[in-house]
Design a protein around this ligand. Structure first.
Ligand SMILES: NC(=O)c1ccc[n+]([C@@H]2O[C@H](COP(=O)([O-])OP(=O)(O)OC[C@H]3O[C@@H](n4cnc5c(N)ncnc54)[C@H](O)[C@@H]3O)[C@@H](O)[C@H]2O)c1
Ligand SMILES: [Zn+2]
Length: 352
């Protein structure tokens, strides 16, 4: 058996090449398009290269990095797909982190009203978050994920050997989303994550944790496709996190998404204490765990007024009201908790 775990269209596999051969069996060689960016082309292509013959011209290597998740790359790629005769009988395979699965998913979803696509996430963040759930998109005019569509991939294959070349910062960035999954939904998982040794781990051990996290996200998304209710629990740490991420990008010292969320979770844990009575011991537990892994909160957190402006700007907040998903306890999240600017200011000043 190749499949280690599976839920619907997401599976963790031991033999990706064989799974790719099977899933692409109904598509002609010339109709399969592989999207990489330069880093995943270098590190990940060698792990799948001979799964079946793919014409070299159908392999597109895009520019890496958040700054290239943009309309220019979309236009250039639509152009190539058009020239190569991509049509509704084509298949796009996205091989990369969240930047590439968001971008490639968006390109595939919009070309000729939507080509079938598969995601092969190559970062922890993309495995546990970006590659599942169906959100695709690009940044536009300085705003993150401003343009996009929701469309499900035909399949998502998680393959742990991709992670062997990932650096520690990116490993930790994805791990933050896993910590979040534990905090919003599963106290036992939170404990296991806290005690997991990221310096010496087995692929199997990490795979088990990644899968638990995928399962939490899947359960939450299945219960609320339209993001009216419980899906918002996935935003824990993200109201503050997005503001930190935007400001750090804006001021030329970008923070990795997961780091921003990790720091956001510290601040939002304090807010959870003030607004929902999250016990002080849990706040300390969250703060200690996060600072041990991610270091102290960055100085950007002191830019209270600027960060509040970013929060008001966030597409998730309306009419100047700032919305949070907060914790009542570890493993228990409440969505749609509004906080006033005064409450936010007070917490940001006290959690640094
Ligand atoms: N669609 C969603 O639901 C969703 C959810 C969360 C995040 N996102 C998006 O995901 C993106 C962040 O994802 P990310 O952290 O994976 O970023 P990323 O794709 O930019 O990858 C991070 C870095 O790792 C490199 N890399 C990727 N795979 C590698 C590998 N196997 N070995 C070595 N290096 C590798 C990349 O080239 C890049 O430099 C953001 O654009 C964010 O908006 C989307
Ligand atoms: Zn996130």
């Amino acid at each position: 058996m190749n499949t280690v775990y599976r839920i619907n269209e997401v599976s963790m596999t031991r033999d990706l090449k064989s799974d790719l051969r099977d899933i692409t069996a109904g598509f002609a060689d010339g109709k399969i398009f592989l999207f990489f960016e330069t880093n995943t082309w270098k590190h990940c292509w060698p792990l799948i290269r001979d799964f079946r013959p793919i014409p070299a011209l159908n392999i597109l290597v895009l520019e890496p990095g958040e700054e290239h998740k943009n309309i220019e790359q979309v236009l250039a790629t639509w152009e190539i797909l058009g020239r190569k005769g991509a049509d509704r009988s084509s298949l796009v395979i996205n091989i990369g982190g969240g930047m590439l699965t968001d971008l490639g998913g968006f390109i595939a979803s919009t070309f000729k009203r939507g080509l079938t696509f598969i995601n092969l996430p190559t970062t922890v963040l993309a495995m546990v978050d970006a590659s599942t759930g169906g959100k695709t998109g690009i940044n536009f005019r300085g705003l993150k994920n401003e343009i996009g569509v929701i469309r499900q991939p035909k399949h998502v294959f998680l393959y742990l050997p991709f992670l062997r070349t990932l650096d520690r910062e990116n490993l930790l960035s994805g791990y933050a989303e896993m910590l979040k999954a534990g905090l919003i939904a599963d106290p036992e998982f939170w404990q296991d994550l806290k005690h997991f040794n990221l310096d010496h781990y087995s692929e199997e051990g990490l795979g088990r944790l990644i899968w638990r996290s995928v399962k939490i996200k899947k359960d939450v998304v299945e219960a609320d496709h339209e993001e009216h209710g419980i899906r918002k629990s996935l935003n824990f740490g993200h109201t503050i996190g997005h503001a930190l991420e935007s400001e750090s990008m804006h001021s030329g010292h970008p923070l990795a998404h997961g780091y921003a969320v990790a720091y956001g979770m510290i601040v939002e844990a304090v807010l959870s204490h003030n607004k929902l009575g999250l016990p002080s011991a849990s706040v300390t537990d969250i703060r200690d765990t996060i600072t041990r892994l991610y270091g102290n909160l960055p100085d950007t957190i002191r830019k209270t007024e600027v960060l509040i402006e970013w929060m008001k700007f966030d597409k998730k907040n309306r009419d100047n009201r700032i919305n949070f998903s907060l914790l009542e306890g570890i493993g228990k999240c409440r969505v749609n908790v509004e906080a006033t600017e005064e409450e936010i200011r007070e917490v940001m000043q006290n959690s640094v």
